[in-house]
Write a protein that binds this ligand. Structure first.
Ligand SMILES: [Mg+2]
Length: 257
């Protein structure tokens, strides 16, 4: 039996990436789609954009739906391949022309992501006292790592778990266990901050972490807060701490700030 004080003696902090530390400009997904289509054309495919986009959306929803159901992460190459094949091609998802187009798609992200206000100073402050980790549901690992690097925050994390590399996605316990192992702490000693009610908050809770719900992006109605990129429709219970800025996080960390 642990006391309440024991339970709140956090030894490490984990974070989600998108809409928790980082947001993307509103036009990012449209730009990424335009880059994708442009690169596929350069790579020899003749595409009618509206038809391709419709097949792409259908295939993406299906693959992401499967991934959510199984907890196994998927990858953009599968739905790009499906969309191209519906237009009369006979391609494998491992076709190098598809891999190249995936890179073009994510190239649209790097100039269009920014840190949520105060993120870097928050990480700097916490880093003095806790090991920090990150778990992101992101299909293409190299792009997630490049986003962290471009924004200059990669070095703050002693462990980085990207679903596209781990093979599983939040809320699957495997990725939370990987975080705990990387941080070298028991799950119950780790506070985990994320914006998605199901993937982050309920996922962390079921894995024995202490969840904190970050609502900055949701409160500001920023992109990626709805549609296929949002996992959770049910808000966390009111006893889950909810923060809308980093000032709200410090009082939750054991009164050490
Ligand atoms: Mg998120």
């Amino acid at each position: 039996m642990t006391t309440k004080d024991d339970e709140q003696a956090f030894k490490a902090v984990g974070f989600d990436l998108f809409n928790t530390l980082v947001v993307a400009e509103a036009q990012t997904l449209q730009l990424a789609m335009a880059r994708l289509v442009e690169r596929l054309r350069q790579n020899g495919f003749s595409l009618e954009e509206a038809a391709f986009n419709a097949h792409y959306a259908t295939a993406a929803v299906w693959h992401i739906g499967q991934a959510r159901e199984s907890g196994r992460e998927t990858h953009n190459r599968f739905w790009i391949c499906d969309a191209l094949n519906r237009l009369g091609n006979r391609l494998s998802p491992d076709d190098p022309r598809i891999a190249d187009a995936v890179e073009a798609y994510f190239d649209a992200f790097y100039p269009n992501v920014r840190l949520i206000p105060g993120t870097e100073s928050m990480l700097e402050t916490l880093k003095q006292r806790f090991p920090l980790g990150l778990v992101s549901n992101f299909t293409h690992g190299p792009a997630a790592r490049k986003i962290l690097h471009v924004l200059g925050i990669d070095a703050y994390f002693s462990t980085i778990v990207i679903s596209g590399e781990a093979g599983y996605r939040k809320p699957h316990p495997h990725v939370f266990d990987m975080l705990a192992e990387g941080l070298g702490e028991e799950n119950r000693r780790i506070l985990f901050v994320g914006d998605d009610p199901e993937a982050d908050v309920h996922g962390a809770l079921r894995s024995g972490f202490f969840p904190v719900w970050m609502t900055y992006a949701r409160d500001g109605n920023l992109p990626f807060t709805s549609g296929i990129f949002s996992e959770g429709k049910t808000d966390p219970d009111s006893d889950i701490p909810r923060i809308a800025s980093w000032e709200g996080l410090f009082p939750l960390l054991d009164g050490r700030f």
